[in-house]
Every structure is written in structure tokens, then in C-alpha cells.
Design a protein around this ligand. Structure first.
Ligand SMILES: [Zn+2]
Length: 357
């Protein structure tokens, strides 16, 4: 069994978007409660986060924007966007959330752990260079990727974003570079409106942005199919030195903000595919960062299924007889016709850039 690093901090509870908002501190409290009764608790090692430095934030965000968010410390409540706000503690929470994602990446880059999961908030993947949106202030996963490129001189980082919403901020951060391969499977059309198939990157980054927009109603087999037919062939060829995951759990069938149909155990099955990929290119080296997920039971079940898979490892999971999907090639009868159609179109558009397609 593997030991897995986890990142938590009381500061993450202090950020609020106001009462009755779906993205609230109780999301992390639910995960804490699940962890306190988690059967493999001894395999989880709490590692302390730190604050991201100004220079680390600046690799992704405009100086003037960072200063604007910093200034929210002076008011008890600042509305930044129709659905994104800050309290006087939110800046502190946000720079530590970014630092938490960095420390999760560092935990695996240093070789201390094969995998890490940062349970942070505010989430990050909608945050643009100069704009807070979609409950996000700083783009945690993008800041962690930029850190890995800079501090460890990496040349190839994969960001796999399985949150139900498209990670517009992350995509834009690395749209023109081949040093980050951004892969997103998301509901479309849906918030935030980006993530079309033909958004494939620009300049040196052409072919290094991969969007799989699904109409809604897709379930476990559809997601596994998308991973097998799009992500894995591209990522094997890319051979990332680090795998970062924007781990949202709002693809669950009970999520109140979206219309997908995944079940809790499927997150572990997606994780197993990433472990299989990591085993071939960057032993271990998977760092996940929490994004969305607004049904509390779905969130804690999903996180538990990911952690169980990380702890047991790909080989162990296989020996346990649970990792492999029922349909071995991911081409089983449960994959919807429109999912196949989208996958075919994504492969057609990206085929000029990837031999494996
Ligand atoms: Zn989301």
C-alpha cells in the first residue's frame, strides 16, 4: 500500500461567498468527517501547506489583479463577480490554497510520495489572469504547474481536469505553450461557456489543449471511454513528467449545479487510469487539487474512492479485482452514442498533432 500526502488547513474554512452559497466551508468539513473514519487513515500523511509567494502568483496572474484581491482584506465582504465573493480572510485562504497545490506537487516531485491530494478552497480553475469568477480567486492548479516548470525545470506537465465545468482559466494560462498539456472533459454548453473542440491551443501550444465537451447525462462508462480514447493515447505520447488533476466532483448524478450522471466509485476508476499512465512515464507523481463538488455525500464518496485507489496503487487495485471497467476496451454498450460522436470529432481535430489518434 502507498502512503499518500494530503493537504488541509483551517484557513481554507475561513473563505466565504456568503450564506446559502453552494461553495462553502462545509464542503471541506464533510471531507474531514469522512477522513476521520477512513479505513486506511494510517496511509494518509498530512503535510503542511504554505502561502504561495507573490512571484509564484505572478506567473499566472496580473500584478494589478493580485493587488485587487489582496485589498479585499480591508472589507468584511467584497463581491467580485455575480457568484464569487471574498471576506477579509479570503486573500489569506486563497494564497494558502495556491500554496497547498504547490506543496502537493512538491510532495510528489521530491519523491517523498507517489501521490498527493490538496483539499483546498477557494477552488481555482475558473480564475483568469486578471479576473475572479466561478467561485475561484487564484488558479491553484495553474500556479502549481507553473511552479513545477520553474522550480524543477520540467518541460511537460499534464493537467487533467475532470470537473464538470470547463477550466477556462487553466486553459488560457497555457494556451500558447507545449510545456503544459491541458485536458478537460466537461458539460457543454454550460458554465463558463468555453471548452469547444476547436479550442486546441495556439502558436507553440497548438494541439496541447484538448477539450471534450459533453452534452450532459453522461455516466461512468462515458467518462472511462473518453479517458481511454482521448486522454490516454495523447498523454502516452506526450509523456508528462508530472500529472496534476483538477479534481471536481460535480459530475456526480446528485450534484445540484450540473447534469452529469457519474457515481462515486467512478472517480477511483478514472484515478486508476491516471495511475496506469503515470506508471509508464513519471513513476507516481500524481497531485490532485480539489475543484468543485456541491453534493456533500457525493463529494466525500468521490474523494474516498480516489484515495482508496491511490493507496492501493494501480497494480494492487488490479489484484483486488476492482480497477478494471467491466468493458475492457471502454467500448461497452453503456457508452452513449453522442459520447462516441464527440470523441470521434475530438480525435479527428487533434489527429494532425498526435500519432496515437
Ligand atoms: Zn465545477
Amino acid at each position: 500500500m502507498n502512503q499518500i500526502a494530503i493537504v488541509r488547513d483551517p484557513l481554507y474554512l475561513k473563505h466565504s461567498n456568503g450564506p446559502m452559497h453552494p461553495e462553502g466551508p462545509e464542503r471541506l468539513l464533510t471531507i474531514d468527517r469522512m477522513l476521520s473514519g477512513f479505513p486506511f487513515r494510517d496511509q494518509l500523511v498530512d503535510i503542511p501547506p504554505r502561502d504561495a509567494t507573490f512571484a509564484e502568483l505572478e506567473r499566472i496572474h496580473e500584478q494589478s489583479y493580485i493587488r485587487r484581491i489582496e485589498k479585499t482584506r480591508e472589507s468584511s465582504f467584497t463581491v467580485l463577480d455575480p457568484d464569487t465573493s471574498a471576506t477579509s480572510d479570503s486573500y489569506a485562504a486563497a494564497i494558502r490554497a495556491a500554496g497547498g497545490a504547490i506543496e502537493a506537487a512538491e510532495a510528489v516531485l521530491s519523491g517523498r510520495f507517489p501521490a498527493a491530494f490538496a483539499f483546498v478552497r477557494p477552488p481555482g480553475h475558473h480564475a483568469e489572469a486578471g479576473r475572479a469568477m466561478g467561485f475561484c480567486l487564484f488558479n491553484n492548479v495553474a500556479i502549481a504547474a507553473a511552479y513545477a516548470l520553474e522550480a524543477h525545470s520540467l518541460k511537460r506537465v499534464l493537467i487533467a481536469d475532470w470537473d464538470v465545468h470547463h477550466g477556462n482559466g487553466t486553459m488560457h494560462s497555457f494556451y500558447h505553450t507545449d510545456e503544459v498539456l491541458y485536458f478537460s472533459v466537461h458539460q457543454y454548453p454550460h458554465y463558463p461557456g468555453t471548452g469547444r473542440i476547436d479550442e486546441i491551443g495556439g502558436g507553440a501550444g497548438r494541439g496541447f489543449t484538448v477539450n471534450v465537451p459533453l452534452a450532459g447525462g453522461q455516466g461512468d462508462e462515458d467518462y472511462l471511454y473518453v479517458f481511454r480514447e482521448v486522454l490516454l493515447p495523447i498523454a502516452r505520447e506526450y509523456a508528462p513528467e508530472l500529472i496534476l488533476v483538477s479534481a471536481g466532483f460535480d459530475t456526480h448524478l446528485n450534484d445540484p449545479l450540473a447534469g452529469m450522471g457519474m457515481t462515486g466509485g467512478a472517480y477511483g476508476r478514472l484515478t486508476a487510469l491516471l495511475q496506469e499512465l503515470a506508471g509508464g512515464c513519471c513513476p507516481g507523481r500524481i497531485a490532485l487539487t480539489l475543484e468543485g463538488g456541491y453534493d456533500r455525500t457525493a463529494l466525500s464518496d468521490g474523494v474516498a474512492s480516489v484515495l482508496i485507489r491511490l493507496i492501493h496503487g494501480h497494480e494492487g487495485a488490479r489484484a483486488g479485482g476492482q480497477a478494471e471497467p467491466e468493458s475492457p476496451a471502454g467500448t461497452g454498450a453503456h457508452v452513449q452514442a453522442d459520447t462516441r460522436q464527440v470523441v470521434q470529432e475530438v480525435r479527428r481535430v487533434l489527429a494532425p498533432f498526435w500519432r496515437g489518434l
